[in-house]
Design a protein around this ligand. Structure first.
Ligand code: NDP
Length: 391
């Protein structure tokens, strides 16, 4: 039984209509549903039909669409339900400030930053799926969680794996972490083949079922680049301590190497519900119906060094980490604009890295961000530069 401070544990799920959001609701159902949890807030953007259905099914207190244009539709879907309805950034911010114990941060992109930060400041435990909070706001975000007094629970499968095997009392003996990468759909493609890929081929991840943007980021390995920067902030490591290895089966979700030569790994089926469940039940392990690994059937686990010629995103992550300051925010913002242009058919797959690197070079001398407003200003500047290059 997972109880909160006074009865059922109060949760909010930001991005409930997405891939992580739906999996979170599934985990909640497996861990006792409304007997053990009270759902305060559910949020979505355009998919108001699903948001309303989710809100009714779990008797949420508030449903928020980030899109003001969808407010009326959501309101009429929920009429008579007693569920409060809100919209837009102000709606998200008000919802983020409600008093809850645990928040799933699964809004995609930079849009997730402000509400997650607000929830962290209120002191909720933050189950963090959104990568941008750490990539763009890094130290500021970690500090906000620390001051708020809640726990920071990584949900990204790699970081969740490290969180699971990082021995708290052995932190001084951590030599390196090794993030695994499936290699995506173009692991064995030539650079010529990669030059002409389409959104349809790029979104087809071999092992994981995820949202559109993260699937394409996995194909370009920008997802791994973001994860390297994320890991740096989450675990307080230097860039040299963060390694990436291609592991096509996605069975080892990441590893920690210690000073005695030992390497501890977390293994499991590629199913995000393990990471979500770990974050929800922490510090205990939940009972979940995840496919069990059959090692005889698996037979082998393969590893390859990543090819930074075909996947320059990894080099750019290292560059951003060694340059420091706001280069993570610049990389992320420029990459998002390039990704949107690729999805819209206005930029080639390989040019996403070119645009990102050019913007990083343009904004190399920016001072460090002292406040979140600085982060947003840098994000805006990098987006404008990237858009200028693409148009
Ligand atoms: P999806 O695209 O499936 O879902 C995104 C969610 O964010 C949806 O609820 C969507 O609403 C909402 N949303 C979209 N745009 C906005 C906006 N402008 N403002 C507020 N809300 C918005 O993404 P995923 O669930 O795959 O990923 C969510 C986050 O988790 C991402 O940051 C991703 O990188 C990270 N992550 C995902 C993993 C995965 O396995 N999927 C693994 C690790 C990390 P609607 O659908 O109603 O439009």
């Amino acid at each position: 039984m997972i109880m909160g401070r006074n009865g059922p544990r109060r949760l909010s799920i930001f991005g409930s209509t997405g891939s992580i959001g739906k999996n979170t609701l599934d985990v909640v159902a497996h861990l006792g549903g409304l007997e053990n949890f009270e759902i305060s807030v559910l949020t979505g953007n355009e998919n108001v039909g699903l948001l309303a259905a989710q809100a009714r099914a779990c008797n949420a207190k508030v449903a928020v669409t980030a899109s003001k244009a969808h407010y009326q539709a959501l309101k009429s879907e929920l009429s008579g339900s007693g569920i409060a309805v809100a919209a837009g950034q102000s709606g998200l911010m008000e919802a983020a400030e409600l008093d809850v114990e645990w928040v799933m941060a699964a809004i995609v992109g930079t849009a997730g930053l402000s509400p997650t930060l607000a929830a962290a400041r209120k002191g909720a435990d933050i189950a963090l799926a959104n990568k941008e909070c750490l990539v763009s706001a890094g130290g500021l975000f970690v500090e906000a969680v620390r001051r708020g007094g809640g726990k920071l629970l990584p949900v990204d499968s790699e970081h969740n794996a490290i969180f699971q095997v990082l021995e708290e009392n052995q932190r001084h003996a951590v030599e390196r972490i090794i993030l695994t990468a499936s290699g995506g759909p173009f692991r064995t493609a030539s650079i010529e083949e990669m030059a002409g890929v389409t959104v349809e081929t790029a979104r087809a991840h071999p092992n994981w079922s995820m949202g559109l943007k993260i699937s394409i980021d996995s194909a370009s390995m920008f997802n791994k680049a973001l994860e390297m920067i994320e890991a740096r902030h989450l675990f307080g490591l230097s860039p040299e301590q963060i390694e990436v290895i291609v592991h096509p089966q996605s069975v080892i979700h990441s590893m920690v190497g210690y000073t005695d030569g030992s390497v501890l790994a977390q293994l499991g089926a590629p199913d995000m519900r393990t990471a979500i469940g770990y974050a929800l039940a922490h510090p205990r392990r939940p009972n979940l119906p995840i496919e069990r690994l059959d090692f005889a059937k698996l037979a082998r686990l393969d590893f390859e060094a990543p090819d930074e010629q075909r996947f320059p995103a990894l080099r750019l992550a290292r560059l951003a980490m060694t340059r420091g300051g706001v280069q993570g925010a610049v990389l992320n913002a420029a990459k998002e604009v390039a990704l949107e242009a690729f999805i819209a058919g206005r930029l080639s797959f390989l040019a996403m890295a070119d645009v990102t690197e050019t913007v990083m070079d343009m904004l190399i001398d920016l001072p460090d961000a002292a406040t979140m407003d600085d982060v947003f200003a840098i994000d805006k500047e990098a987006r404008q530069r990237a858009a200028g290059l693409i148009n």
